[in-house]
Design a protein around this ligand. Structure first.
Ligand code: 5GP
Ligand code: ZN
Length: 140
């Protein structure tokens, strides 16, 4: 995979060809503000090297994004007065991914913000849970 994909929005943002509001950057990552913020301070951390998603990203870049994401999480707590933070990544269109350059959402959370869990936590069928675990362990 080339370091940059000429058709990729976030590669263009990393290269400065499309404007963005950058908060932080290092050798491997750039952290910039999301243009459709879920809450005040919502930002995205991306690797400088193009990779479509969590399955494709170089592990070392993934580690760099995780480090930068934690720094950004600290910033939103300390400087924006957030009460919490969600780190979110979507892999695949069916998992809500819309931009296919890996990114970690850093979403500040505030006590009274309007965000809600997208599922209703309810106990699962224990046999079904065990069945899924068996498949994940590679059993028949
Ligand atoms: P996804 O849906 O793939 O998890 O997240 C893509 C994110 O990129 C969305 O939250 C969307 O608001 C953000 N986004 C899309 N286009 C742009 C853009 O041109 N600039 C910035 N800063 N964010 C963008
Ligand atoms: Zn890209």
């Amino acid at each position: 995979m080339a370091a940059t994909d000429p058709d990729c929005l976030f590669c263009k943002i990393v290269a400065g060809e499309i404007p963005s509001t950058v908060v932080a950057s290092d050798e491997q990552t750039v952290t910039f503000m999301d243009i459709n913020p879920a809450t005040r301070g919502h930002a995205l951390v991306v690797p400088r090297t193009h990779a479509a998603d969590v399955l494709a990203i170089d592990p070392d870049d993934l580690a760099a994004v995780a480090r930068a994401g934690r720094q950004q999480a600290r910033r939103v707590m300390e400087r924006l007065g957030a009460d919490g933070v969600n780190l979110l990544n979507s892999c695949g269109a069916d998992a809500w991914q819309t931009v296919f350059h890996f990114h970690l959402h850093v979403i500040p959370r505030y006590r009274d913000d309007p965000l809600r869990l997208p599922w209703d936590p309810a106990p699962g069928d224990p046999e079904e849970i065990a069945g899924a675990a068996g498949q994940l362990r590679g059993e028949a």
